[in-house]
Design a protein. Structure first.
Length: 171
């Protein structure tokens, strides 16, 4: 069985770096969406960062805590740990690329699993592929990616999808 190892370290480094310097949010806005993050609490944090940045043009740990209305001390500690354990903001773009790549891999793996499950049903792999591509196109359209990143994302999806389907066929 195939598995995509989550990029928790990159997620933590990116979120911690953004807490330290919220102006860097501009570097990842439109390149990532909350669902690109594997950890659910990282999805919530990234969504909150986007909302705060669009409203105030900045954010920090106390603003995030207030916005999220955290009551649990473990969640508050996690936000401060992200900032305190971040050693640099220099690699924000690299971490964003890793997070996005892992997200695309997870999506493609799920689609490949669906194709494998549907082989014996009435839905052909071609129809399933068209359905997946339509859903992916709608999701990409809603992300408001810049043109360069859009082309790069579509190229990655195509390349990864073909290799995933080939690997499943060889099982």
């Amino acid at each position: 069985m195939f598995y995509v190892k989550p990029a928790i370290e990159s997620e933590s480094a990116l979120l911690g770096g953004l807490i330290l310097d919220s102006k860097l949010y501009e570097n990842v806005d439109g390149k990532l969406c909350p669902s690109d993050f594997h950890a659910q609490r990282h999805q919530m944090l990234f969504r909150a960062m986007g909302e705060l940045y669009k409203k105030h043009g900045e954010f920090d740990a106390p603003m995030l805590l207030d916005h999220l209305e955290y009551d649990k001390s473990e969640d508050m500690a996690h936000i401060y740990d992200l900032a305190n354990n971040c050693c640099s903001t220099a690699n924000i773009n690299s971490h964003a690329n890793i997070i996005r790549e892992k997200s695309v891999q997870r999506q493609l793996l799920e689609c490949a699993r669906e194709i494998k499950e549907q082989k014996e049903s009435t839905m052909t792999p071609q129809k399933l592929l068209v359905s997946f591509l339509e859903e992916t196109a709608a999701e990409i359209d809603s992300m408001e990616l810049d043109n360069y990143y859009l082309v790069q994302t579509l190229f990655e999806i195509n390349k990864a999808f073909i290799s995933t389907v080939d690997a499943l066929d060889n099982q």
